[in-house]
Design a protein around this ligand. Structure first.
Ligand code: AR6
Length: 173
């Protein structure tokens, strides 16, 4: 099961799908979400706006995932997911974070795609402690992909310190 850590701007990766760490509106934001929307162009916002709302202003509840084309990105698709906001571990954050990885992989498989890159979901504005998040990411991906060599996963970190944290989780598991 190919699972690796790299350091890159996720918007430059030529993979079948990149994952966006979005918010429930799917209408853009800062961090990696802002970078993906800038690189994909305005058609991405239109595609997100066209997705149905499950509640006013909510197109993707926490832990779920939605897919759009990648438009001007090198990646063919964007799989948007919404990570949990860190509340000290008191609100099932680890379970919600694991669901992000599971639901994004499910969409990848449903569309018969093989290569996917993840940012460090929830590790920025949403405040999830990076070492804990990395452990959840690695454990969930290993669990989901056990025995499946067809899917190639990149954990795409944006800084050397984050790369080291994710690499440590990968080596420890
Ligand atoms: N490529 C790869 N990783 C990146 C990039 C990039 N171009 N830019 C930032 N990161 P965050 P969250 C890293 O805050 O914590 C948005 O406003 C960043 O260094 O983007 O899930 C949404 O709309 C960090 O390690 O996502 C939501 O409101 C990681 O990506 C909220 O932020 C995630 O940081 C989601 O917060």
């Amino acid at each position: 099961m190919p699972l690796k850590v790299s350091i890159a701007d996720i918007t430059t990766l030529r993979v079948d799908a990149i994952v966006n760490a979005a918010n429930p509106s799917l209408l853009g934001g800062g961090g990696v979400d802002g970078a993906i929307h800038r690189a994909a162009g305005p058609a991405l916002l239109e595609a997100c706006r066209a997705l149905p709302e499950s509640a006013p202003g909510v197109r993707c509840p926490t832990g779920e995932a939605r897919m759009t084309p990648g438009f001007a990105l090198a990646a063919r698709y964007v799989i948007h997911t919404v990570g949990p906001i860190w509340h000290g571990g008191t609100r099932d954050e680890a379970q919600f974070l694991a669901l992000c990885y599971r639901h994004t992989l499910r969409l990848l498989r449903e569309h018969r795609l093989r290569t996917i890159a993840y940012p460090a979901i929830s590790c920025g504005v949403y405040g999830y402690p990076a070492a804990n998040a990395a452990e959840v990411a690695v454990r969930t991906l290993r669990d989901e992909l056990a025995g499946d060599d067809a899917i190639d996963v990149t954990l795409c970190c944006f800084s050397e310190s984050m790369r080291a944290i994710f690499q440590r989780a990968l080596s420890a598991a």
